[in-house]
Design a protein around this ligand. Structure first.
Ligand code: GLC
Ligand code: MG
Length: 553
């Protein structure tokens, strides 16, 4: 039903594509021949928790391959895999011991090639997670580096003598709590780790490190990957001389020790843009390969990562919706400010979930999580969906004896645990939700018997059905995929905007409250997708109702 309505729009929206140029907020400068990633929806797969195929309770590459058709039916265009490389798993793969391999837990290189070919055969792009800031402490580079002060790889990592009092060389704190320095008694020096001590920071000021990492990127680009998500890109260069960070005047213990200081000297240094430009030049030399940069910084600073002079990453991740107050006026202001801050030619992107943040449905509840889905998939820019959000998985209680996240284990009780967003995908209502044949590495969502893919596939009112309708509509609508964006004045608690491409006009109206609100309708509007029931549009929005309407000419 809904997809059928969406498909009617296809024929209309697709017919005219011509070069167009315009300026100002929320507009396209090039309306046709846009690169694939501007039209795409990215889906983040957390490989440990997507599908197990060998009965060890942990997801793997063969499992992902088995579920590719699910992703095709869902309607996404590209998959980003969190790290699959050999790793001691201190940070579940974000501690890489070999950048050019596959951890046996997940499969092997041949299995990866098979998965990539299977994805491409279905028209899906595949991105890998590139982790340049730090390796594992078991990486042969670090093993060599720590072997002696005279090691040829000593300077590949960041080693410093103790402070005069014998303590760490400066006041930097680790994002995972505690000092960012670990003392290594043998050579009597400290090494820097922005995250766990098992994740020593590489020295990006060393040209040999840059060359080695270029080889890593080439290794995967030559195999045919469509790009990378770059882990903590803004961290890779530190201020020369490693000066102390200023103390954070707003620090409270509940925030975690990461926030004791402001990361002014330990991250976001001007030289990072040279590194990003080099990644980009390399990606461009392979044709249309996408770079998504993980950057958690305020909007103005984030924009620098599109490139200062030379192009930087294509998409500096925009995490604002994850922490923004769920309030129509605040969201409207945030969206307008983001659109206005974009550099010329900078393509927007939006995120509402990842393996690092609480689930959107846990934060907002199911009714507003449906609104969030509609928002994410109708804003201008490339959306990234996180696995399981399309089922509306909410908060999952992780019993204390099953906590695995090092961030939680190191700073318990602060609510910093990420396991609750990393639980296995529930596929069916039978044993272990079809994820595995044994107890999975993390518990399933408590409501998995009812909240799973099979159950939602049979229910036209499910979250999954809503996601599919929105994705089908987006795929068929030039206005949603690449059209202009403009906010529309609306009733209190209502976020409304128009997407427009040539003669195609769509109105999106989202009621962020649980009360009825009015909606000023243009004359002639056809309802395409609703977060609630399909109905003839009138001058109102039901509680928690979000609508996508076609404005008739
Ligand atoms: C990124 C990852 C996170 C990881 C950290 C260190 O933020 O998303 O999961 O712990 O980098 O690599
Ligand atoms: Mg497995």
């Amino acid at each position: 039903m809904l997809p059928a309505i969406a498909h009617r729009l296809v024929s209309k929206g697709r017919k005219s594509l011509a070069r167009e140029s315009s300026d100002g907020m929320g507009t396209n400068r090039k309306a046709d021949n846009v690169p694939w990633w501007e039209r795409s929806v990215i889906y983040q797969v957390y490989p440990r928790s997507f599908q197990d195929s060998d009965g060890d309770g942990v997801g793997d590459l063969a499992g992902i391959e088995r579920r590719l058709d699910y992703l095709v039916t869902l309607g996404v265009d590209a998959i980003w895999l969190s790290p699959i490389f050999p790793s001691p798993m201190a940070d579940f793969g974000y501690d890489v011991a070999d950048y050019c391999g596959v951890d046996p837990l997940f499969g092997d290189l041949a299995g990866f090639d098979h998965l990539l070919a299977a994805a491409h055969a279905r028209g899906l792009k595949l991105l890998l997670d590139f982790v340049p800031n730090h390796s594992s402490d078991r990486h042969p580079w670090f093993v060599e580096s720590r072997s002696s002060r005279a090691s040829p790889k000593r300077d590949w990592y960041i080693w410093r003598d103790p402070a005069p009092n014998g303590g760490p060389p400066n006041n930097w704190t680790s994002d995972m709590g505690g000092p960012a320095w670990e003392y290594d008694p043998a050579p009597g020096q400290y090494y820097l780790h922005a995250f766990l001590k098992e994740q020593p920071d590489l020295n990006w000021r060393n040209p040999e490190v840059r060359a080695a990492m270029t080889d890593v990127l080439r290794f995967w680009l030559d195999r045919g990957v469509d790009g990378f998500r770059i882990d903590v890109l803004w961290h890779i260069v530190k201020a020369e001389g490693l000066p102390d960070n200023p103390p954070n005047p707003d620090y409270r213990a509940e925030l975690g020790e990461k926030h004791k200081v402001l990361q002014l000297n330990s991250a976001n240094q001007p030289e990072v843009h040279e590194m990003a430009a080099a990644f980009r030049a390399l990606a461009d030399s392979y044709g249309e390969r996408l770079l998504v940069g993980e950057i958690v910084l305020p909007v103005e600073t984030l924009m620098d990562y599109y490139g200062r002079g030379a192009p930087g990453v294509h998409l500096p991740s925009n995490f604002q919706l994850i922490e923004a107050p769920w309030d129509a006026a605040a969201l409207a202001a945030l969206i307008a400010a983001y659109e206005a801050a974009l550099p010329p030619g900078g393509w927007p992107n939006w995120v509402i979930g990842s393996h690092d943040y609480p689930r959107i449905a846990a934060r907002l509840g199911e009714a507003q999580a449906r609104i969030a889905a509609m928002l994410l998939l109708t804003l201008r820019g490339t959306p990234t969906l996180y696995q399981g959000d399309e089922l509306g998985i909410g908060d999952v209680t992780i019993p204390p004896d099953r906590v695995r996240d090092p961030q939680d284990l190191r700073q318990p009780g602060l609510g910093l645990g990420r396991d609750r967003s990393r639980t296995p995908m529930p596929w069916v209502s039978s044993a272990f939700a079809g994820f595995s044949t044994v107890e999975p590495w993390l518990p399933l969502n408590e409501d998995w018997r009812a909240r799973n893919v099979a159950a939602q596939e049979g229910d036209p009112r499910s979250m999954l059905a809503l996601y599919r309708s929105l994705l089908a509509l987006r795929r068929s609508s030039e206005a949603l995929a690449i059209g202009d964006f403009a906010l529309v004045p609306a009733d209190r608690d209502v976020l409304a905007y128009e997407r427009r491409h040539r003669e195609e006009r769509l109105l999106v109206a989202l009621n962020l409250s649980s009360e009825r609100r009015t909606l000023r309708l243009p004359t002639g509007a056809e309802l395409l997708v609703s977060t609630r029931d399909m109905r003839p549009p009138d001058g109102s929005l039901a509680p928690d109702e979000g609508l996508v309407l076609r404005v008739l000419p």
